[in-house]
Design a protein around this ligand. Sequence first.
Ligand code: ADP
Length: 483
Amino acid sequence: MLQLNNPSLLKKSLFINGKWLKSKITTTVTNPFDNSTISTVSLCDKKQCNDAITYAQTAFKSWREFTAKQRSNLLYKWYELILANKKDLAQIITYEQGKPLAEALGEIVYGASYIQWFAEQAKRIDGDIIPPPNSDQRIACIKQPIGVVACITPWNFPNAMLARKIAPALAAGCTVVCKPSELTPLSALALTELSRQAGIPTGVINILMGDAAMIGKQFCASKIIKKLSFTGSTAVGKLLAAQCVDTLKRITMELGGNAPFIVFEDANIDSAVEGLMASKYRNSGQTCVCTNRILVQKPIAKIFKQKLIDAVKSQLVVGFGANKDVTTGPLINQQACLKVDELVNDALKKGAQIDYQDTTREGNLYPPTVLSNVSAQMEIAQQEIFGPVAIIIEFDNEQQALEIANNTDAGLAAYFFTQDYRRIYRVSEALEYGMVGINSGIISNEMAPFGGVKQSGMGREGSKYGLDDYLEIKYICLGGINS
Ligand code: ADP
């Protein structure tokens, strides 16, 4: 049972214009470990969705007038409250999403780091003074908030993905209407309750649950909403982008990946295995930057595979994330397990072999698996696996590794391990990805720009660039100086 020290964090309603609103239509939120019901939450109708957008517009008029320092102080207060309640927030994630408590705590601290970062960056939204082409003029550029922002977030990081969008929006002076995943709304609601307790004004943050397609359409069609920030699947991202054409909204999209993890023959094999364990198996393989394809150079393939199997066997414990020692929780639902099964079975039919598979298989728990003899053409190497299945593809030389790595429409994260400094430059420049980890399997933090190229999306979250998408540049020209 979910037992919070601060029960005020377990909210079940819509949050519109500073009020918790119940509705007649509800949905249940379940624990992916045993499919038990955790809570029911209210769903909005079209009118409530449009009301939230209108309230966000009203709030924008006053929020944008807050000084950067005032906005910063409020964000900082929110950040502190999140840290003070981190154990409860982590527990909510474990129950509704499935990841183990230690990982859930990591997500809370990671999500909060974006709020802290953008509290700092709020005060650095500087403009420019530009030398004019004639002496009679003066040119200035100022940056202004774009307006009301719509945020749609997925279930794999129910806290952090939302924090990573709301924080820069608020720092810039924008207000938000958000739709978290229907599978994991409780984390979003708890985060919102803390924003209320921190004193973030009425209407600045609005949270809606409901029919995703309906809410998506309302967001995209609204002329009030000036920007859509979406994290989720490439298919839904494309649909939303198409729906935004009519209003020519600015869009930021963090979509699916197909991360290669290349181990060159000159790599430190032990640290490559360590990096891979973190990059492949965290969140049971359900992150868009999780390693999808392991490319290993032939001379070290055998030893690498053995060390990987040893690590999987000795380190991973499958089970309910709230239980001590569990490292690998369930997949989000049965459908997710079936999809991973389908990919594995297809690969086996086409010649892949299972080198190792954990024996635990119950409910939505998917056993950590290592497959080899995989070819780059198999479905499992082309699609995002989103499960704890490591697939090994062998290669001969650097050129071939790069060809395989880049032969995908995705371009989010890539990793490689080598000790050759020349190769570090060559390969990191040649990889068609937005983020590259060299001798490191975990690379995301609030100070660095997170985002992809190709069909993995557009825009960057976090870092000094993360505010740009929420700002408009206004050019101001003053003439007649000498008259
Ligand atoms: P995933 O496969 O990771 O669940 P989705 O893209 O389906 O990724 O979901 C990400 C977010 O997009 C969720 O909040 C989901 O409810 C939302 N979503 C799904 N379909 C639509 C849609 N047609 N319009 C708007 N949002 C959608």
